[in-house]
Design a protein around this ligand. Structure first.
Ligand code: ATP
Ligand code: MG
Length: 362
């Protein structure tokens, strides 16, 4: 990555963050933060976007604002290196969204595959809130207000980045080159791009309630793993088992490494050997699940510890959010000024405009 990169990502405060967020995006953000090859890095709590499908329940968003902030700090995002801010408090985002809406057609919005799926999930087919349909446009504003070009996200966000790129091309064409096309950065591990839920049915999602949360205690993690879907035909230990579609193995694909085997399952050299044994028969689900619990705990325990610290120091968390938001507003104001200038609607600061009207009515 080059020196000049500006990174932006966000999460909707619709619940606590889970392992899907962690492997899909958070882990990448922390890695990028620590590598330090960027000019600026922003992390946004997308409360305005969350309201587009939770407008009747603002209390839920209010409650989860702090939960998401706590999750950010507990995975190791460092406010000294990263600007953490609250979307609704940066009014310039709304302003930019409004101008961008002119550059997008209704039929284009209706073609977005992620939005299509969500409309079905939320039973919005017969009465679709306009704000929900246009949220990808507000996401374009989130990215472009900060001139972000690198966006570490899960695969469900690819259509949003594509939509943003189209908006950049339209805007630059009509008003002049002031935006850059952003790139999505997906996790290297394919499964991590869309981690399934513990039910194995869909992607892990706050809304679907099929997640292991970063804030879950050890007993809850254990219970959830023990209840996980495996291979329904693997009834007796000696039966041959399937690893494809077996969520326990899917999770091991994402989370386990060589060291875990040395430490917790020295009878096997690596995941392939464990899978082979399972496929042959003679390896029980409980043994594999117990291993997964140990693997997950190694990742989750330090996150829990940091969370406990920040839960006891909430003032610090609020101060981080306020400072980050102020910082984002400053950057946003300057960019909106630039946008209005490009669009020719910065009337009172535009001498050419003032001279022209004076000339006209002389
Ligand atoms: P909601 O159900 O409210 O939409 P969500 O669980 O989908 O919540 P978001 O806040 O919409 O979470 O997503 C935030 C980020 O996390 C996005 O970059 C998204 O791609 C990523 N992400 C969410 N769920 C997963 C998952 N299961 N696997 C990989 N990445 C994910
Ligand atoms: Mg989502």
């Amino acid at each position: 990555m080059q020196e000049k990169n500006i990174i932006l990502t966000g999460d909707r405060p619709t619940g606590r963050l889970h392992l899907g967020h962690y492997v899909g995006s958070l882990r990448n953000r922390v890695k990028m933060q620590n590598e330090g090859n960027f000019e600026k890095m922003y992390v946004m709590i997308a409360d305005s976007q969350a309201l587009t499908d939770n407008f009747e329940n603002p209390e839920k968003i209010r409650e989860n604002l702090i939960e998401v902030a706590l999750d950010y700090l507990s995975v190791g995002l460092d406010p000294e290196k990263v600007t953490i801010f609250v979307q609704s408090q940066v009014e310039e985002l709304t302003e930019l969204t409004f101008y961008f809406l002119n550059l997008v057609t209704l039929s284009r919005l209706e073609r977005n595959p992620t939005v299509k799926t969500e409309i079905k999930q939320k039973n919005f087919e017969t009465s679709l809130p306009a704000g929900f349909l246009i949220y990808p446009v507000s996401q374009a504003a989130d990215i472009l207000l900060f001139d972000a070009n690198v966006i570490p996200v899960g695969v469900d966000q690819e259509p949003m980045i594509e939509q943003t790129r189209e908006i950049v091309r339209s805007f630059n064409n009509i008003y002049g080159e002031i935006f850059t096309e952003p790139q999505a950065v997906l996790p290297e591990n394919k499964v991590a791009r869309r981690l399934p839920g513990i039910d194995g049915a869909a992607k892990m999602s706050k809304t679907l309630g099929n997640g292991i949360y970063l804030a879950d205690d050890a007993a809850t993690v254990k219970k959830k793993v023990m209840s996980m879907y495996t291979d329904p035909d693997h009834i007796n230990i000696d039966d041959p088992g399937k690893v494809e579609g077996n969520i326990v193995f899917t999770y091991l694909d994402v989370f386990s490494n060589q060291e875990h085997f040395e430490k917790y399952l020295p009878d096997y050299n690596n995941l392939d050997e464990l899978k082979d044994h399972y496929k042959r028969g003679g390896l029980g689900d409980v043994k594999v699940k117990k291993f997964l619990i140990k693997v997950l705990e190694e990742e989750l325990e330090p996150i829990r510890e940091r969370r406990a610290y920040y839960e006891k120091n909430l003032d610090q968390v609020l101060e981080i959010l306020e400072k980050g938001t102020d910082n984002a507003k400053k950057v946003g104001r300057a960019k909106v000024y630039e946008v209005k200038k490009a669009m020719g609607i910065d009337y009172f600061a535009d001498n050419r405009f003032l001279d022209e009207i004076k000339e006209k009515y002389k």
